[in-house]
Design a binder for this molecule. Structure first.
Ligand code: NDP
Ligand code: MG
Length: 383
């Protein structure tokens, strides 16, 4: 039986690479559902080429255009955020790959997990916002969450066959991004074009900025906490500029396992979709002789304050990571639109963390409200 795949966020960086992986293994996967937010042209092109059963465009103003274009192909077209939730809860697929960026991934992911579906999770913000609820829903419904994020895929792979062994800590590697080694007097003037130039990965705009500010690693610490049921103290970050070791697990005997490879997101995507199988591919192989030195250093959290703020939010718990995430989505958007400077992003996030109401044990509704209120508050801080 082929695995029936749904991709939410199919027009983005992860989404398009997921389509490539599926197209390379037609014997194993069938592409059933695609979704985009507002890029109707890209969605139509994908649908005409790959003929899924269902497409969803969340921007309702684009519905007519998409529906008209796909009528001849007999593809069902839905619109709006509600459709993502309804389709996620439907029986029309086996594995949902969540490649939506940001908070918008939360409710569709929960809907899938409530039905016991396997979720291949790229959308890390979902776990940052409401990791306790998301993992509890998955456990209750016997639903598997398989990470797509390369660091978490690495940890997941290192933990295979180690179910009964005690983990001492996980070590998340960080490339350091395009501004590795830079100081505040430099960062104060950087613009989005430079921040978007990641040395090792080509990614969507939001995660590229998060990587430049090290917020991405902060979000990933929180993501790891929930995915692997870790204590905050068990999560360490080390800067490894070559991005060859994707992350590591240290066990209680002191032994460390790592997962390595060239930086290519298709590998963790393929692993998540085919799990527990590994499938043959022809991706470029790592040649150690081309990497005579793999280096490691501590992260500069004084300069890259977002990482310190994320860690603080993780230790504080409750709705603090949700506040962090909402504020971050607003400031990244403002930075991309040249409304604020690079360092101002941390200032605004910090203000939000101090000013928003703290809720120790939030309900889903509390998270939804925290997200809404923080976005409004953060937007108000941007002139
Ligand atoms: P992109 O910005 O490239 O793509 C985002 C996708 O989500 C697009 O299909 C977009 O549609 C859709 N989308 C955007 N906003 C909404 C919304 N409000 N509602 C529904 N759909 C929406 O992002 P990436 O592919 O880079 O990242 C996706 C997720 O994966 C993020 O959470 C990121 O952190 C994570 N990730 C990404 C990695 C990478 O290498 N890119 C690596 C590890 C994790 P449209 O095209 O119409 O705007
Ligand atoms: Mg990552």
């Amino acid at each position: 039986m082929k695995r029936r795949i749904a991709i939410f966020g199919s027009t983005g960086s992860i989404g398009t690479q997921t389509i490539e992986v599926i197209a390379q293994h037609p014997e194993m996967f069938s592409l059933e559902i695609l979704s985009a937010h507002s890029n109707a042209d890209a969605l139509i092109e994908q649908a005409q080429k790959y003929k899924p059963n269902i497409v969803i465009i969340t921007d309702e103003t684009k519905y007519e255009k998409v529906n008209h274009a796909l009528a001849a192909d007999h593809i069902k077209v839905f619109a709006g955020e509600k459709s993502l939730v309804e389709i996620a809860a439907s029986d029309s697929y086996d594995i949902l790959l969540t490649a939506i960026v940001g908070y918008a991934g939360l409710l569709p992911t929960l809907a899938a997990l409530e039905q016991g579906k396997t979720v291949a999770l790229a959308n890390k913000e979902t776990l940052v916002v409401a990791g306790d609820i998301v993992t509890a829903v998955a456990a209750k419904n016997n639903a598997l969450i398989i990470p797509v994020d390369s660091e978490h895929s690495a940890i997941f792979q290192c933990l295979e066959g180690e179910k009964h062994n005690v983990v001492e800590k996980v070590i998340l590697t960080a490339s350091g991004g395009p501004f590795l080694g830079k100081k505040p007097n430099y960062l104060i003037n950087v613009k989005k074009d430079h921040a978007l130039q990641h040395p090792n990965w080509t990614m969507g705009a939001k995660i590229s900025i998060d990587s430049a500010s090290l917020m991405n690693k902060g979000l990933e610490m929180i993501e790891a906490k929930w995915l692997f049921g870790l204590q905050n103290e068990q999560i360490e970050v080390v800067v490894h500029p070559q991005s060859i070791i994707h992350s590591m697990v240290q066990f209680e005997d002191g032994s460390i396992k790592s997962q390595m490879g060239l930086p290519d997101m298709k590998l963790p995507i393929q692993y998540a979709l085919a799990y527990p199988q590994r499938i043959k591919n022809d991706y470029k192989r790592l040649q150690f002789k081309n990497y005579p030195s793999l280096t490691f250093e501590a992260a500069d959290v004084k300069t890259f304050r977002n990482l310190a703020l994320a860690k603080e939010a993780m230790f504080k718990g409750g709705n603090a990571p949700c506040v962090l995430n909402a504020a971050n989505e607003i400031v990244v958007d403002a930075f991309i639109r040249n409304k604020i400077g690079f360092l101002e992003m941390s200032d605004i996030i910090e203000t939000c963390l101090t000013k928003m109401n703290f809720i120790e044990t939030p309900t889903l509704n509390d998270y939804i409200e925290t997200n809404r209120e923080t976005r409004l508050y953060a937007a108000g801080l941007i002139k």
